[in-house]
Write a protein that binds this ligand. Structure first.
Ligand code: ATP
Ligand code: MG
Length: 426
């Protein structure tokens, strides 16, 4: 036997049990999103590399170290998307749905970052992203946060805390940047390699460093929050009022800068203390300059993305309700004539709205009942030689070995439907 090939490190298979759990999360999230008028958009997984350098920023961790970039057969430089906002803005400009319009959009799918894999951090991971375009005022920032809070409630998720900060406008940030650089100059000896490299071009990124050795330097740095311009401060205060009215608690974290360059004014993160080091479940903010930066007519925007793996991990012990993916009935087929009729009988039952797993590949009664049990179905239908002869089917309750009833085939659908109405499975 030759050696089995393994999956790429940090890229996981999602097995059916996990997928069904995710689908329940996604269904709940979809309902919440639709309750606020957000509509789904589906975007390519591969984009031109330049898109990410121009949006996320060329001196960020993502662009410097984490992107899966390659040259395709036509010599184009392409990248597996590390996040969804850039592609969404690109699509908006290209399809002309951003200019002078309000758009509320969401998307979901895999993202790719070449990071060190660990619990809650993978190389292929999944996000649900939400973006609102065309609204300049803090009401939309508040709505996005309300939407998150409603989603946590709908999922029965507790213990998520909201951290908030404002990055101000590009102008106020420039003033702060100069002051930060003066401070960092005095700290040169304490800076790590990444920080030294970022010092001249992108010193704010230093505040986002995850290096424990850098945390003291960061803690003593001047606060961006103290340098906000009046408009950004008023925006932030108004957002705080909206959140207060809705009873949503938050902490102002002046060190929250986010790992992407495109943010302006409001930034926020929902964090938990239940996932170890990977504590951020959902993160976002405003990116008022991005549309213009990517070649569109200026349009304000705000959004967030949540990490599905981290969310699912938090919900792992929660019962999210029914598992509609399991079949209600397993159809056992014994003998050649039963096999001959079985596939068609299964089709008829599905036409009547029932979920049927039909035995394929033969096998004796014992083997088929074992498969029936494993399928998760509550009942088996037995079609053997006798049943074929007298046009009947034996209905067997798999969870109670005593009950077994013969039913005429032309009365079968009625019988199964009555069983459902009585609240029995199926
Ligand atoms: P972190 O600080 O944890 O690296 P980030 O700031 O890089 O996160 P964003 O780009 O804001 O993350 O992505 C939004 C969310 O996507 C994160 O809060 C997290 O839940 C999830 N996420 C980001 N990177 C990964 C990853 N490599 N594996 C799993 N989930 C991730
Ligand atoms: Mg990251």
């Amino acid at each position: 036997m030759s050696k089995a090939i393994q999956a790429v490190r940090g890229m996981n298979d999602l097995l059916p049990d996990t997928v069904e759990r995710w689908q329940r999360i996604e269904a709940i999230a979809r309902d919440v999103l639709h309750a606020y008028g957000y509509r789904e958009i589906r975007l390519p997984i591969v984009e031109k590399s330049e898109l990410f350098a121009r949006s996320i920023g060329s001196l960020t961790d993502i662009v410097e170290k984490e992107m899966y970039s390659f040259e395709d057969r036509s010599g184009d430089n392409l990248t597996l998307r590390p996040e969804g906002t850039a592609g969404c803005v690109r699509a908006g400009i290209e399809n002309g749905f951003l200019h002078n319009q309000i758009q509320r959009l969401w998307y979901a799918g895999p993202m790719f970052r070449h990071e060190r894999p660990q619990k809650g951090r993978y190389r292929q991971f999944h996000q649900m992203g939400v973006e609102a375009f065309g609204i300049d005022t803090p009401d939309i920032d508040a709505e996005l946060i309300f939407l998150c809070a409603r989603l946590w409630r709908a999922l029965g998720l507790e213990g998520l805390g909201l951290q908030l900060n404002s990055l101000g406008t590009p102008e106020s940030r420039a003033v702060y940047r100069r002051e930060l650089m003066r401070y960092l100059e005095t700290q040169r000896g304490n800076l790590d390699e990444d920080s030294l490299r970022r010092m001249d071009k992108n010193p704010l990124r230093i505040l986002d460093s995850k290096n424990p050795a850098m945390q003291e330097v960061i803690a003593k740095a001047p606060s961006l929050f103290d340098h906000l311009d009046d408009a950004a401060r008023a925006h932030f205060e108004k957002l705080g009022e909206y959140l207060g009215q809705a009873g949503i608690a938050f902490t102002v974290n002046p060190r929250l800068v986010r790992g992407l360059d495109y943010y302006t004014r409001t930034v926020f993160e929902w964090t938990t203390d239940r996932l170890g080091a990977q504590s951020t479940v959902c993160a976002g903010g405003r990116y008022d300059g991005l549309v213009e930066q990517l070649g569109g007519k200026p349009a304000p925007a705000a959004g967030f993305a949540l990490g599905m793996e981290r969310l699912a991990e938090l919900l792992a012990h929660q019962d999210l309700g029914a598992q509609p993916a399991r079949p209600q009935i397993y159809l056992v087929l014994l003998g050649a004539s039963a096999e001959q009729q079985g596939l068609v009988l299964a089709e008829r039952l599905r036409d009547a709205g029932l979920r049927i797993e039909c035995n394929c590949g033969g096998g004796g009664l014992k083997a088929q009942l074992k498969r029936a049990d494993r399928s998760g179905a509550h009942h088996a239908l037995l079609l053997g030689e006798e049943e074929v002869r007298n046009n009947s089917v034996t209905v067997k309750n798999l969870r109670d070995s005593e009950t077994q009833t013969q039913v005429a085939q032309n009365a079968l659908i009625d019988f199964l439907k009555k069983m459902t109405e009585r609240g029995e499975q199926p």
